[in-house]
Each structure stands twice: as structure tokens, then as C-alpha cells.
Ligand binder design. Sequence first.
Ligand code: TYD
Length: 143
Amino acid sequence: MRPTNESGIDDCRLFDFSKISDPRGNLTVIEPGQPIPFAIERVYWIYDVPGGEHRDARACRTTHECFVSLSGALDVTLDDGTRQRVVTLNRSFCGLYVPPMIWRRMENFSTNAVCLVLASTSYSENDYVRDIKTFRRDKFSTL
Ligand code: TYD
């Protein structure tokens, strides 16, 4: 795996999970291995976001994450310190993989949006970078 500081926008990948279509409703399953390129250690989800609200931007130092919009839609703005990209998530069989040291902001949540986040580590505040200046400094300090 590449050093976390070398992660770039192009490493943030969208992929489709398998979708089992059924007249009774669709089903998607995530199991260890492909296509998520990390072992899942933690799962959390964000919901009941008031209209027009956003989640504060941040980066993770070591945590790999995968975002899935289970309901509704949201935008994830990604920034690798050099380039930016906005990804709209609105399909519950579609995942957005984000490696460590990518600045990201979740915004433009639709009504009733539910965003599932799969993470490679247990929660630690020490793994978070919540200040953009610190992110830019640390992103490029060891390259
Ligand atoms: P926060 O990291 O601000 O959420 P976001 O994903 O939008 O950046 O987390 C909000 C609060 O929830 C904060 O007090 C930390 C806590 N929290 C946990 O206890 N465990 C977790 O896995 C996460 C993601 C957050």
C-alpha cells in the first residue's frame, strides 16, 4: 500500500457493489475482500441531517473509508491538497472509497438522506485532522 501522504484524488474510487434485483426489492451485500480495499473495522451512518446542513470537513491520517448513500443523496467534496473533486452519491449499491489524508466534506444532503460509512480503524480522535492548514502542512511535509 502506498504511503498515506501520497494519496491523491485519483485514488478516490467509485465502485458498484453487487445488486441482487428482485420484484420484492433490491438487496446489496458487502463481504470481506473486493471491491473494498481494506478490512472493515467500524461502521457508522449519518442521518436526520437538517436541510442545508453539512458535516465539518476533515481528513483521516490512517483510516480508509467507504461512503454509501443508503437513501437520498449527498455530495462529497474531496481535496488532496492540489486537486478537488465533487462526487454525488445517490445510489445505494455504489460506494466511494477514500484513502487516508484526503480532505473531505459531506454536504448538500437531501431530505431523508442516510450515508453509511465503512472505516478501516476503530474511532480515534487522534486520527482526525480537522484543520485545513494542518492538513496541507502534514500532507506535503514528508513527501
Ligand atoms: P465527527 O467526526 O465530527 O463526524 P463527521 O463524520 O461528520 O466528521 O463526529 C461527531 C461526534 O461523534 C464526535 O463527538 C465524535 C463521535 N464519533 C464517535 O464516537 N465514533 C465515530 O466512529 C465517529 C465517526 C464519531
